[in-house]
Unconditional design. Structure first.
Length: 725
């Protein structure tokens, strides 16, 4: 089964992006340059902080460089194994070779011993909280404040813990033990994660977080060595197994490059390996100490300096510097734009939308289609981009997010390729996150798109021929909110392509903005209604009810007040549309009727008012439309049955009666039909007859309107205002 990461890698490779690209250290010449600053002294352990260099050899600690210079001899039973400096540079923690010697905390300004923590074998200062020190040993984890010489946290553990390591942000602390890594949350000091290492690799004494905290590396030690494990700290999955480690488990012999792209560690026999982590590539094998040595490796510590060397501490030659030339660049890779200068977030979102629908199309083709269906970007130099079908889709002039639905429909008509198939049951947001991670990673040569242009052209022709009407009816807003909506409606019959005027009006959604009015005072001009206002603007009919009822309606905010500005009060109720869906109203007449019904319904839905549609054909069923996507129901009903006007009139009367709330008056009723259709008299009914050009006109009346098929925009707009008022 394909993982989300593998799917994202396959998609990204088609637009020239990969997680496996070369880190900046690839192709460089790694070589052993010679002794570092320790001169002739054998100092296997060194660290640098604020321009000061601290080094240890045997039982002595030295400070050189910026600031005071000093040397301190410690009373230990073994050699010094490790050094660490507090975040504020005030203290130096020294780990001795025997547990009885413990951890010595020295003052950084004069080298005097400040505190001794006996019985502990490893330590690490908190990178965010000065003076906080984590120490580990056979009894578990302890966190102390060295400034106050106070114990902050104790966490006993059954098994011995290795060297602790703080996350760069200071939010978590990790320590290795037998075949697993323990991670504590600093906020609560509860175990947040327990990572089980695959395979019997023994004690994980050496661990290191990447500089950005997104990966954790761990090297196994006794009783057997094994590869360095690298976990993704967001999912805690093993993402890499690198090389084979060597050396004592408590040695500081594992470190990341400053940019987090490479990892170096002590390997067998007596060598340093440098790995490109993302690319899973061995970059260099260095032998700082010439000659053969026994199983007790003289290599002890590694530290990656910036900008251009790795320091290796040995018990034979002291600190040896391993250099690489030329120095690595400041950035991991030059900035290379995506095809058509698309934004990574936009392309990742599109790829996740298409993949979540089950389509298996390369990302490069999706990016090409996104640009080809738009009007603001460059016109691609392909036959598909210049085809008549693509021009019809481009004429919709939709924003990029809405065009996801168009691209998705095209992709569903292209035969897929298995390697672009997203894993099942993976949420869309996860696919999008994994794909964006690849798109913002490294540049690589783009893989060619293996989809013939004639296949794409056929898919575009099918979408433009069958679904252009559906896309217009749904509109850019609905599809932008739910790009998968067109795919869910694939089972609908082919809908007619709308005339330009109807498409323009549906896209603009003009109704509602034309129906706002202003007045002045309580009687000036045409006013709206509100449930809040002063007593001077109380609707007169509210005064006709009893005092207890008036008080109750006031307490429940049910009273109606006049407003100086607001929507027409007659728009506050339900609209019921009787739609002629019988054979005499097929063709262009039916398209015009449904365009009117669509615009009336859209005005109601946008204003959060109810609209019901009753079929004139048999049976006269009632459908309620409450969301923009449901407006498509107006277009998928073309009945080959005779009209049942009396049944429709009875249904209309019942709906109006049920919708009457006693405040807004009866629901408005609209009949959309053709002039030859009879219909019973219904109080307040407004009728629209659609005729063909040159056809016979119907008898005109104040509530009966006439509209020619494919009307002009102004004529349609005037009719809609009359109907909705």
């Amino acid at each position: 089964m394909t993982s989300p990461a593998a799917w994202a890698e396959a998609m990204g490779s088609t637009v020239g992006r990969t997680m496996r690209s070369a880190c900046p250290y690839r192709g460089l010449d790694f070589h052993v340059r010679g002794m570092a600053a320790s001169g002739s002294l054998v100092e296997p352990v060194t660290t640098v902080h604020g321009g000061a260099r601290y080094a240890a050899a045997a039982d002595e600690v030295h400070r050189r460089g910026a600031g005071p210079v000093w040397s301190t001899r410690l009373a230990t039973d073994g050699p010094i194994l490790d050094l660490d400096v507090s975040a504020d540079g005030e203290f130096v923690a020294v780990t001795a070779g025997e547990p009885s010697a413990g951890i010595h905390v020295l003052r950084a300004d004069d080298g005097e011993v400040h505190w001794v923590l006996s019985g502990h074998r490893a330590c690490a200062f908190d990178p965010r909280r000065p003076g906080h020190l984590a120490v580990t040993g056979p009894e578990g984890l302890t966190v102390v404040d060295v400034r106050e010489q106070d114990v902050l946290v104790r966490r006993p553990e059954r098994d011995e813990l290795g060297r602790p390591a703080w996350a760069p942000a200071g939010t978590h602390l990790a320590a290795g033990t037998r075949n697993r890594i323990l991670i504590w949350s600093v906020a609560t000091w509860a175990r947040d994660v327990v990572v089980e290492a695959p395979g019997p690799h023994g004690m994980y004494g050496r661990i290191a977080w990447s500089p950005d905290g997104t990966r954790l590396a761990a090297a196994p030690g006794r009783p057997r060595h094994g590869p360095v494990h690298v976990w993704d700290t967001r999912s805690w999955r093993v993402v890499r197994l690198l090389g084979e480690t060597s050396g004592p488990q408590q040695a500081p012999a594992l470190c990341w490059s400053p940019d987090g792209t490479a990892l170096c560690f002590v390997a067998a026999p007596d060598s340093i390996e440098v790995w490109d982590v993302a690319g899973d590539v061995l970059l260099a094998v260095l032998r700082p100490v010439p000659g053969d040595h026994d199983r007790h490796s003289p290599l002890w510590a590694v530290r990656w300096n910036e900008p251009g060397s790795i320091e290796v501490g040995t018990y034979v030659s002291g600190t040896v510097e391993c250099a690489f030339s030329p120095p690595p660049p400041g950035a991991a890779a030059p900035e290379v734009p995506l095809p058509h200068d698309c934004r990574p977030a936009e392309v990742a979102s599109l790829g996740a939308v298409v993949a979540s629908s089950g389509a298996e199309v390369p990302l490069r083709l999706l990016a090409d289609l996104l640009v080809a269906t738009g009007t603001s970007g460059p016109l691609l130099a392909t036959a598909v981009a210049h085809s008549a079908a693509m021009a019809r889709l481009r004429a919709l002039d939709w924003p990029a997010r809405a065009r996801y639905g168009i691209v998705l429909l095209i992709a569903k008509h292209i035969r897929g390729q298995a390697r672009f198939r997203a894993p099942k049951d993976v949420p869309r947001h996860r696919l999008e996150a994994d794909l964006q991670r690849v798109l913002t990673a490294y540049h690589c040569p783009a893989e060619p798109v293996d989809v013939r242009e004639e296949i794409v052209a056929m898919a575009v022709d099918q979408v433009a021929g069958r679904f252009l009407g559906l896309l217009t009816i749904l509109g850019p807003r609905a599809i932008a909110a739910d790009p998968l909506l067109p795919v869910r409606l694939l089972g609908l019959p082919s809908l007619p392509e709308l005339p330009p005027v109807a498409r323009e009006l549906i896209d603009q959604q003009p109704i509602g903005g034309d129906l706002r009015h202003q007045g002045s005072g309580t009687g000036g001009g045409y006013t709206g209604l509100s449930r809040r206002g002063s007593l001077a603007r109380l609707l007169p009919r509210e005064l006709a009810i009893t005092q207890p009822s008036l008080e109750a309606r006031f307490a429940n905010h049910d009273l109606l007040f006049r407003t100086a500005e607001g929507a027409d009060p007659r728009l506050s109720g339900t609209v019921v549309v009787v739609l002629d869906d019988t054979p005499p109203a097929f063709g262009r007449v039916g398209v015009t009727l449904r365009s009117v019904a669509h615009l009336v319904g859209a005005a109601q839905v946008r204003s959060r008012r109810r609209v019901a549609v009753i079929s004139l054909g048999d049976p006269a069923d009632v459908r309620w439309i409450t969301a923009p996507a449901e407006l498509v129901l107006l277009w998928d009903h073309w009945r080959a049955t005779p009209a049942r006007p009396r049944d429709a009139a009875r249904a209309l009367t019942a709906v109006r009666r049920d919708a009457d709330d006693g405040r807004s008056g009866p629901a408005r009723a609209i009949l959309l039909t053709q002039p030859y259709q009879s219909f019973p008299e219904v109080p307040g009914l407004r009728r629209v007859d659609v005729i063909r050009p040159g056809g016979a006109s119907a008898q005109r009346s104040p509530h009966r309107f006439e509209l020619v098929t494919d009307p002009e925009a102004g004529q349609m707009r005037r009719l809609l205002v009359e109907l909705i008022r």
